[in-house]
Design a protein around this ligand. Sequence first.
Ligand SMILES: Nc1ncnc2c1ncn2[C@@H]1O[C@H](COP(=O)(O)OP(=O)(O)O)[C@@H](O)[C@H]1O
Ligand SMILES: [Mg+2]
Length: 389
Amino acid sequence: MPSSTTPAPLSGAAPRGRGGNRLAGRGARIELIDLSKRYGDFAAVDEVSLVVEPGEFMTLLGPSGSGKTTTLNIVAGFVGPTSGSLKVDGAAIESTPAHKRDMGVVFQHYALFPHLTVAENIAYPLKRRGIPKARRAELIGTALDTVHLGEYGHRYPRELSGGQQQRVAVARAIVYSPRVLLMDEPLGALDKKLRDWLQLEIKRIHAQLGTTFVYVTHDQEEALVLSDRIAVFNHGRIEQVGPAGELYERPGTLFVAKFLGESTVLRGDTTRDGDGSAVGVCARTLRAPGHIEGPRAAIIVRPERLAVRPAGDRPEPGWNALPATVAGEIYLGSSRKLELTLPDGSPALVREQAGALSDVRKGDEVTLTWRVEDSVLLPDDPDVEAVFT
Ligand SMILES: Nc1ncnc2c1ncn2[C@@H]1O[C@H](COP(=O)(O)OP(=O)(O)O)[C@@H](O)[C@H]1O
Ligand SMILES: [Mg+2]
């Protein structure tokens, strides 16, 4: 990982282990109960309920404008909810001002004081809390060590790179050992390589401190790397909460399936079929576990669950099949993506691992096939486009 453009290697960290760091403290339990924030008729946050367990890394994931920042700001105390309640370790805190909530906050823009050195910036929250000078110096040293900037205390923010400034912002947020750390797209202004490295740093700091983290991002990969659980936001509401694997394998809505990972969406009319469901797609009958009450359904299949076979192959028992045409292929080194077109013109996406590539080429007629049990059956949602990313 280390190169001329990456900062100090991770392996250089002096691991103190959970609880061994002098800034470590037990994380708080946060409860959001039916929280709403209205601006006139518009609900920026619409009856959001969520429990974040002590020490958990919870990510609020969703597209721009879905209410993530407003929700985080309600937790921080910067925005008052229109209705609903908020508890920390069981105590209601709606009327507690932000600076008394014992929460550290890191924003996308570093918000460091330009006229203060790094050490003075980090001293700021300690001074506000009346911590004596000798103790302050000790805490600042520990915070800077935690973000691997031990030697940078005397510098000014303008003498630091963007990634270093953001690490100072993290040090300032953790220096008084808050029981909650709130971060709003903290890596959003940084380039990809630095972002990837700092994601691992944030994960390490979380493990080291044991603080409860609530992290906002619109980047699904970032959410996958960091989170214990992810809450997927859409139009001010939470569509689903769960560990990444659960959201990926068992998305509860078409929106979640589309927002987290790639998938092929097969839409059609539903018919009941014994213990499962049948969905008519492209004049074929596809089968899926579970059943849908409404007349329209969507079957979601992840790209690694789909396979191509020669045209005209009949499906084995327990498998679904559709005719398709290969519209393109994307070579990705460790895998290959095949873009297919179904008879109704809709797209399908297959991912094949290197070493297990089929010999199909662009323009070939094929049979697209997958196991019935790899089909996720959901009610159709006309608001979600049938694209696979
Ligand atoms: N102070 C405000 N006045 C009016 N509308 C707002 C205000 N703050 C946020 N909104 C609106 O609320 C919605 C959610 O915003 P936000 O929570 O910032 O979304 P996200 O962080 O997911 O991008 C957006 O449509 C935004 O324009
Ligand atoms: Mg935001």
